[in-house]
Write a protein that binds this ligand. Structure first.
Ligand code: NAD
Length: 453
């Protein structure tokens, strides 16, 4: 039987063996990113066993159902690949690891309460996979990890638990570079896959496999640590860039100047890529990954930490902006009924992890008379304080103020003219509030109209 980790075998032979399904694949973690990855693998090689510790996830996938929402194309691909027998699912790590020759780990790697990278889920998974590894197997880690993890932690762990030696099996870091809401296209065609192994054979094995999955091809880098650094660098670039936009957005008040207009003009030079300011940075990537350097590598990262502090301060900046507008109109926020539009961390995405809406609502609940919360893409708002209100019902209620935290497309349908004059803080400059009637303060753009208040 062919293996993928075998430099002596011709590349074409290994590639053909992979796409023909001769080389079984296990994908560990069938979450928001793991299930799309498993479905794309299954569509490519027809021999995938997905593993998840959550029996409900496994039951759903086995039935051809898709437990992950908000990913276009995913339900159809899961249904198709399960029906074809290309994708199966199990809760048994041992059974899947025993069968598979390619092992892909895409389980959560988060931060602990002190913001130290927490690799315990990944480590415990690989402690179970290790004893099942055979000569010629390869492990691909897709979960984001701090640079150096494959070399210093994961490879030694696999060596110890498998009893195999360097050269018997492969390990490559192949970072997930996808965004929620576009996983399938990101995995298959948006941009190339970056791969880096602990040895040349591992990098080659990863290149051969991912060239079959990704139409944009593969960028093989020197080693696993480089691939890990690529992923973290992408995250910290975004965080620092957003922090710069957030800091410069404050120029809107003293100058005054519309930062959006400034950024749009500045960005016409190719090497400038200013991001947009906003009410805060959420999701489980950008706010977390800077700590994969700050709290892992023994050196100072003053810029990264400052960027984190700036971005973490934006929910307060947003509520402060609301206070300023109340003061400017001689009103007291204590008497105000405030509507919060959106709890998702990003527009049109059903995810609330580290969402800036949380601290915004917490503070408003203490400072305003009543807080209402609506989000058309999040079914369960029980994690958030305030009274839930359906988007369809907001026109029936009287509010004194609105904070737009998330730029969901569904908010474009709000009939702003139907409300009595409001104070509005727009926390997403890409969202337009089309009414002259209200007093609108947009982060980065400042006070847009004097309104009627
Ligand atoms: N979501 C994103 O946008 C994104 C983007 C880039 C990278 N990533 C990386 O991918 C990882 C996974 O992200 P996600 O969004 O799919 O997470 P998720 O929380 O949606 O899903 C994780 C899944 O892993 C399962 N799981 C936990 N422990 C397990 C174990 N020991 N064995 C098997 N399954 C187990 C959970 O039950 C869950 O279904 C992240 O931690 C991150 O490193 C995610």
């Amino acid at each position: 039987m062919s293996t993928i980790y075998d430099l002596n075998a011709a590349e074409q032979v290994r590639s053909d063996a992979f796409v023909s399904g001769e080389i079984p694949v296990a994908i560990y973690g069938l979450g928001k990113m793991g299930l799309p990855l498993a479905a794309v693998y299954a569509d490519t090689c027809s021999n995938v066993i997905g593993v998840d510790v959550d029996p409900d996830v496994v039951t759903a996938v086995e039935a051809g159902d898709c437990p992950v929402s908000g990913e276009p194309g995913l339900p159809a691909l899961v249904e198709q690949t399960v029906e074809e027998g290309a994708l199966r699912a199990t809760t048994s790590i041992d059974a899947a690891a025993n069968e598979a020759m390619i092992h892909v780990a895409i389980v959560p790697t988060l931060l602990d309460d002190d913001r130290n990278p927490d690799l315990s889920i990944l480590q415990s998974l690989l402690e179970n996979v290790g004893p099942q590894l055979d000569t010629g197997d390869v492990v691909f880690v897709e979960s984001t990890v701090p640079p150096g993890s494959c070399r210093d932690e994961i490879f030694p762990l696999l060596e110890e638990t498998s009893g195999l030696e360097r050269g018997d099996f492969g390990l490559a870091f192949c970072p997930e570079r996808t965004s929620s809401g576009q996983a399938i296209t990101d995995i298959t065609e948006s941009y190339p896959k970056v791969v880096g192994g602990v040895d040349q054979e591992s990098t080659e094995a990863a290149r051969i496999v991912y060239e079959q999955l990704n139409q944009k091809g593969v960028i093989p880098v020197s080693n696993a640590t480089t691939a890990e650094a690529v992923k973290i660098t992408e995250g910290v670039f975004r965080d620092v860039n957003i922090a710069l936009a957030n800091e410069l957005a404050e120029l809107a008040d003293p100058l005054p100047v519309d930062f959006k207009e400034v950024a749009d003009a500045a960005n016409t030079i190719p090497f400038i890529n200013l991001h947009q300011p906003g009410a805060g940075v959420g999701g489980h990537c950008i706010p977390y990954y800077p700590y994969f350097l700050i709290n892992w590598i023994h050196m100072e990262f003053p810029l990264l930490q400052t960027a984190r502090n700036v971005n973490d301060s934006m929910p307060d900046f947003t509520v402060d902006a609301l206070h300023s507008q109340f003061e400017a109109t001689n009103q007291d926020i204590k008497n105000a009924r405030v509507l919060v539009l959106g709890v998702a961390y990003r527009g049109n995405v059903a995810e609330t992890r580290a969402a800036p809406a949380k601290p915004i609502i917490e503070r408003l609940s203490k400072e305003a008379r009543e807080v209402f919360v609506t989000d058309p893409v999040i079914d369960d708002l029980s994690d958030f304080e305030g009274s839930e209100i359906k988007l369809a019902d907001i026109h029936e209620k009287d509010f004194d103020a609105v904070i737009l935290v998330t730029n969901h497309e569904k908010f474009d349908g709000i009939n702003w003219d139907s409300f009595d004059p409001l104070i509005i803080v727009n926390g997403r400059p890409s969202a337009t509030i089309s009414s002259e009637k209200h007093r609108v303060y947009t982060i980065g753009s400042g006070l847009q109209s004097n309104g009627k208040l």
